[in-house]
Design a binder for this molecule. Structure first.
Ligand code: SF4
Length: 228
């Protein structure tokens, strides 16, 4: 592993779904400061040290072989902003001419501000787990949350001038329809893209959620129309 580069625990050479409108590669950085009960990436969250680290040189070489038809790299997790070497890693990609999308839970606004200030990001997707109320947010994130940091990250992205989206995974046991309506209303859709994802009870961090259904398709369609 190169010095300062975060341990990369997963890598997909092509994804059609992780960067709206673009074909991208996606890499996964281990570790997260949330414990969202519906999380599907929980090995990355709970035990990243038990996962193999993909050498950075291998990642660079596999990317270089696909440079002509990939539009960029999505950096996901886990929560990538927890890794001290994230700016250095992105700078290495940028030096090779790659566009970068970052997935984040918004808990490290100081890192986001640094990355934006250094022009290291081309797109950001931030999970905003629910309305900004402590009790509701803590249930969705699996523990206490600094809502001030979440607000700060939202404001940074709103003012950033780069493409960004706020997205929320919705589950009937965590989100009322009123919550979802209120969530959509806190954003200016002329400046920020919004995305709702229906909860999928598949290999969840909290196994009790594997018995929970998502919203019925007709209800999810109606809720999705709020942000259409
Ligand atoms: S869903 Fe929650 S626990 Fe899982 S990686 Fe994202 S922020 Fe972390």
């Amino acid at each position: 592993m190169s010095a300062g580069i975060p341990p990369i625990k997963g890598f997909l050479e092509t994804s059609f779904i992780d960067w709206p409108g673009k074909l991208c590669a996606i890499l996964f950085v281990g570790g997260c400061n949330f414990r969202c009960p519906f999380c599907h990436n929980h090995p990355l969250v709970l035990a990243p040290e038990g996962m193999e680290t993909i050498p950075f040189a291998e990642i660079m070489s596999r990317l270089a072989a696909r440079k002509n038809w990939l539009a960029g790299i999505c950096i996901s997790g886990g929560e990538p902003t927890l890794s001290p070497g994230l700016p250095q890693m992105i700078a290495r990609f940028k030096a090779e001419g790659w566009a970068i999308k970052l997935d984040t839970n918004g808990t490290r606004p100081e890192v986001l501000a640094q990355l934006l200030g250094d022009n290291l990001l081309d797109m950001v997707a931030m999970d905003v787990k629910t309305v900004l109320e402590q009790e509701k947010y803590a249930r969705c994130a699996g523990g206490a949350v600094d809502l001030g940091a979440i607000r700060e990250s939202i404001d940074l992205l709103r003012e950033s001038g780069i493409p960004h989206e706020f997205r929320m995974t919705i589950a009937p046991s965590l989100h009322t329809e009123e919550d979802i309506v209120a969530w959509t209303q806190q954003f200016d859709r002329s400046r920020s893209r919004l995305t709702l994802q229906n909860f999928n009870p598949r290999t969840t961090l909290d196994v009790r959620y594997e018995k929970e259904p998502g919203f019925a398709p007709e209800i999810f369609s109606r809720l999705s129309a709020l942000i259409a």
